[in-house]
Design a protein around this ligand. Structure first.
Ligand SMILES: [Zn+2]
Length: 330
């Protein structure tokens, strides 16, 4: 762990926990490697729920840690058993002589003064407040965005929507964009997808590789998986897939396996796009017999959504609410 000498004030403790609370799916091992001080602060915050000197059975200790993980420690991707083990190993929790009970261990010097002025509820309340303020901000941004979309749809220089395929592509793409907002709400790169059959939405998906700890959890894969399960068929023969960003090679391959009839995407992806930007897997006749492709549908909206996400991310990083080496790009 990092060597930290300066003592932390109670206010700074609460402040830092409130910043950390805006993150999602943080692994203990990542904190240990990159931010040992934050890991100690997290353990110490959990230790505050164990009043000094009191003994707790394993069952009670588990209940306390479960409550911590549902509240002040909600950003951590772990369960109460793993957390307990880490806290015991690091000395923040001690087992009794017989190993049957737990009590608060000794906190590191840089935290021990502040710990005396803090109780668990104060940290938990501050974290809950920070999270709900952040959610309210996201929600109002989302509402503002939706309101703009409706203006675009209904305003459009007073002309009615053109009937037919072109306008229904835009309608379904707007629903895919709405899915992308779900990804943003979970601090994932905002990409959304919908699978459509007979002009009806069959399944939706949004990008969630970090939260799911799953490199394949792209919006398209999640939507196709849900659609296939619904149909009870791994072939999605008469289905169309709408996605806000040009698919990568993995997703393009999965669409070919699924025999998606039509793919409609929004913005081009110059980094990993497999529909012409980097490579065009659909233009290789040996690979693709089934899928027709249309790109550039509501591309500007999709691009704007992703770039706003990264603007916010850089801002959070500047405030210290993200690790200094968090990715700045997809
Ligand atoms: Zn993909």
């Amino acid at each position: 762990m990092n060597e930290i000498s300066a003592a932390l004030s109670a206010n700074d403790w609460v402040e830092r926990m409130s910043q950390l609370a805006l993150r999602q799916g943080v692994h203990l091992s990542t904190l240990q490697q990159k931010a040992g001080g934050d890991l100690e602060l997290l353990f110490a915050s959990a230790a505050l729920a164990f009043p000094s000197g009191a003994l707790f059975t394993e069952k009670d200790a588990n209940e306390i840690l479960k409550r911590f993980l549902a509240g002040a420690g909600v950003m951590v991707a772990t369960d109460h058993v793993e957390l307990r083990r880490w806290m015991v190993d690091a000395g923040f929790l001690q087992r009794s002589d017989y190993g049957t009970d737990y009590r608060r261990g000794s906190l590191p010097d840089w935290l021990s003064d502040a710990a005396q002025q803090l109780d668990f509820e104060r940290v938990a309340d501050a974290v809950a407040q920070a999270r709900s303020a952040n959610e309210a901000q996201r929600e109002s941004r989302r509402q503002a965005w939706l309101a703009r979309q409706i203006e675009v749809t209904e305003g459009g220089e007073g002309r009615p929507n053109i009937a037919g395929e072109a306008s229904s592509d835009e309608t379904f793409m707007r629903l895919a964009l709405d899915q992308a907002h779900n990804a943003w709400a979970l601090a994932e790169v905002p990409v959304g997808a919908v699978v459509v059959k007979d002009n009806k939405i069959l399944a939706t998906g949004f990008n969630q590789p970090i939260g799911n700890a799953d490199p394949t959890a792209h919006a398209e894969i999640r939507a196709m998986r849900a659609a296939a399960q619904l149909l009870g068929n791994y072939r999605l023969n008469d289905c169309e897939l709408y996605v806000t960003l040009e698919p990568c090679a993995m997703c393009a391959g999965a669409m070919q396996h699924a025999r998606i009839r039509r793919l409609i995407y929004g913005a081009a992806d110059t980094k990993t796009g497999a529909c012409g930007s980097v490579i065009d897997l659909f233009a290789i006749p040996k690979l693709n017999h089934h899928t027709k492709v249309r790109g550039d549908v509501l591309a500007e909206e999709s691009r704007r959504l992703i770039s706003s996400f990264f603007v916010e991310r850089r801002e959070l990083k500047r405030q210290g609410a993200l690790p200094a080496d968090a990715d700045d790009c997809e």
